[in-house]
Design a protein around this ligand. Structure first.
Ligand SMILES: [Cu+2]
Length: 119
C-alpha cells in the first residue's frame, strides 16, 4: 500500500515538474531572439551610422582600419560605455540594456558617430 501511494505521487508530480520546466524555458527563448550586430569602424566612419535595436541586443565594434586606432564611447544619462583604445583588427562589445537613442562617438575622430535606437 505505501509503495502504491508513492507511485501515484510520482505520476501526479511529473506533469507539474514538466510545466515548470516549460515556463522556465520562456526567458531562455527570449534570450535566443537577441541579436548581435557587427559595426565596422573604417575610414573615420561607423558602418552603418544608424542601428535599430532591442534591449538585450549586442553590438560588436570592429576596427577595420589598417593603421588607425579608434576609441568608441557613449555618454548617456543612465549609463556610460568606453571601449578604450582599439587597435586595428580589435573588437569591442556592448550589450544594450536601456531603451532610448544613444550616440556612439569616437574619442580620436570627432566626426565618427553611430546612433543607436534601442526599444
Ligand atoms: Cu575613430
Amino acid at each position: 500500500m505505501p509503495i502504491c501511494n508513492l507511485g501515484r505521487t510520482f505520476l501526479i508530480g511529473t506533469p507539474i515538474a514538466l510545466m515548470a520546466g516549460l515556463l522556465a524555458l520562456g526567458p531562455a527563448q527570449a534570450d535566443l531572439a537577441n541579436v548581435v550586430r557587427v559595426v565596422l569602424q573604417k575610414g573615420r566612419q561607423y558602418a552603418p551610422t544608424d542601428l535599430f535595436l532591442h534591449r538585450g541586443d549586442t553590438i560588436v565594434l570592429v576596427n577595420g582600419d589598417d593603421g588607425a586606432i579608434h576609441h568608441a564611447f557613449i555618454e548617456a544619462d543612465r549609463f556610460a560605455f568606453d571601449a578604450g583604445d582599439q587597435e586595428p583588427g580589435k573588437q569591442a562589445t556592448l550589450t544594450l540594456k536601456e531603451p532610448g537613442d544613444f550616440v556612439i562617438e569616437c574619442g580620436i575622430h570627432p566626426k565618427m558617430k553611430l546612433t543607436l535606437h534601442v526599444e
